[in-house]
Write a new protein. Structure first.
Length: 91
C-alpha cells in the first residue's frame, strides 16, 4: 500500500534515476520506509552530515547511504538501506 506523501518518489544513484514507493511513515516524522526491489529508508531533513553518516557506516553504526538529494528550498532527502529489522524495540 502506497503511503500518501507530498514528497519526491525518485532519487539519483550513480547517474541513474531510481523510483521508489513509500510504505510507512515513522513516528509521524519526515522519515519513511519505502522500497524499490528491496527495502530502503527515506528521511527528509533541513540539516544533514553526509561525511558523518559515511564514517558511521564505515564503523558499522549506520546503514549504507544510497543517495543525498539537496533541493533548492533547503530540504535534503537522504536515502539509505532499511536496517530496521536489525533493531528491537524496548517495551
Amino acid at each position: 500500500m502506497q503511503v500518501k506523501c507530498p514528497f519526491y518518489t525518485t532519487y539519483t544513484d550513480g547517474g541513474a534515476s531510481r523510483e521508489f514507493v513509500y510504505e510507512d511513515q515513522i513516528d509521524k516524522k519526515r522519515a519513511f520506509k519505502a522500497h524499490l526491489r528491496d527495502k530502503i529508508f527515506v528521511k527528509f531533513t533541513r540539516r544533514y552530515g553526509e561525511d558523518a553518516h559515511e564514517a558511521a557506516h564505515k564503523h558499522g553504526f549506520a546503514p549504507k547511504l544510497r543517495a543525498v538529494e539537496r533541493f533548492a528550498d533547503g530540504w535534503v532527502m537522504v536515502v539509505m538501506d532499511d536496517v530496521s529489522h536489525q533493531y528491537c524495540k524496548d517495551e
